[in-house]
Ligand binder design. Structure first.
Ligand code: NAD
Length: 351
């Protein structure tokens, strides 16, 4: 199986590449532009493997994408490359429209032309998995869950650009019969998570004895999924998902942001004791504009139809994650140094 992965140097992409190369033994071509979020040390475990190749290229570059498809001849595409950080989208939406909308459009066009020229058997087996977020559905009240039928209602430039790309992907199926499957996932966490996001930022600030910024009163609810569970779900959806369909992915682990931060403090105090409880470092900061109140995913279609189950619940997953950051300073220290000046500015977000 030859799989072309875009965005494989990012957080979820690198977990997926490790899963496909090491656990599944697939041949993988990782296409990534290495923006600020692309970090090759996350791929240390697959580097040098005979079934892994890396191509530094931008998905908006049509010629480069055409060459990649012609040379690698993928049987599957798993498209994760994106600008992914909500706060960055508020201060600079242009990159989000460029990569998430124009980049996805370019990739769809190149992939469709490649697919159209395949023989019937290869054409029938080909899949394009478009990886997206539950943020396209907007915000929930106190009850209810996002299902695949929930109407799109994005709040931020990030989620609006992802919603646009989802619509393009689905239209390419309806209009051209191109074999697209879409997945919409809740917030991920786990090893190799870029230190600007809530969970790694909290772990690393707490370790350094720095303030732990929390938006508003920390009441916003997110549904957390361990990244390796997401990687397995993506592989399953690409393999067995029905074309033209959407599959929601979520861990049934809803938590208020403040409870996530408190839990990390408790785990750290136990695994790496300090003089004072880390909870004292919590600092409430002005809320993000357009901050969605609650996201929660109904993943029963994926569970019932494809037999997927999350292996980690939030308590086991967060323990593993904190331990990973304690054991892997080599990975995060250079990133902390690179972004030191911004730590309490831009980098104070809840995903
Ligand atoms: P990330 O920001 O960690 O990684 C994105 C990767 O894409 C980086 O390696 C970056 O270099 C690459 N990239 C960006 N622009 C590119 C371009 N123009 N051409 C080629 N490569 C480019 O993101 P992530 O958190 O791993 O998210 C991956 C995907 O999953 C995204 O599509 C995101 O919308 C989606 N998603 C993320 C979450 C989450 O909680 N992180 C949840 C649901 C869905």
């Amino acid at each position: 199986m030859r799989v072309l992965v875009t965005g494989g140097a990012g957080f979820i992409g690198s977990a997926l590449v490790r899963h496909l190369v090491l656990d599944k033994g697939y041949e993988v071509l990782n296409v990534d532009a290495l923006t600020y979020a692309g970090y090759l040390p996350s791929l240390r475990d697959v580097e040098g493997k005979a079934n892994y190749r890396f191509l530094e290229a931008n998905i908006c570059d049509r010629d480069a994408m055409e060459r990649a498809f012609a040379e690698f001849r993928p049987q599957r595409v798993m498209h994760l490359a994106a600008e992914s950080h909500v706060d960055r989208s508020i201060t600079g939406a242009a990159d989000f429209v460029q990569t998430n909308v124009i980049g996805t459009f370019t990739l769809l066009e190149v992939a469709r032309a490649f697919w159209a020229a395949l023989d019937d058997e290869d054409k029938a087996a080909f899949r394009f998995l478009h990886v997206s977020t539950d943020e396209v559905y907007g915000s929930l009240g106190d009850d209810g869950l996002f299902t695949e039928e929930t109407p799109y209602d994005p709040s931020s430039p990030y989620s609006a650009s992802k919603a646009s790309s989802d619509h393009l992907a689905k239209a390419w199926h309806r209009t051209y019969g191109f074999p697209v499957v879409v997945s919409n996932c809740s917030n991920n966490y786990g090893p190799y998570h870029f230190p600007e996001k809530l969970i790694p930022l909290t772990i690393l600030n707490a370790l350094a004895g720095e303030k732990l910024p929390v938006y508003g009163k920390g009441e916003n609810v997110r549904d957390w999924l361990y990244v390796e569970d997401h990687a397995r779900a993506l592989d399953l959806i690409a393999e067995k998902g029905r074309t033209g369909e959407t599959y929601n992915v979520g861990g049934r682990n809803e938590r208020k942001n403040i409870d996530v931060v408190r839990r990390i403090c408790e785990v750290l105090d136990r695994l790496a004791p300090s003089n004072r409880p880390r909870e004292e470092l919590i600092e409430f900061v002005t809320d993000r504009p357009g901050h969605d109140a609650r996201y929660a995913i109904d993943a029963s279609k994926l569970e019932d139809e494809l037999g997927w189950r999350a292996r980690e619940n939030f308590d086991t997953g967060i323990e593993k994650t904190v331990q990973w950051y304690l054991d892997n300073e080599w990975w995060w220290q250079p990133l902390r140094e690179r972004y030191a000046g911004q730590r309490l500015g831009l980098l104070k977000s809840a995903n």
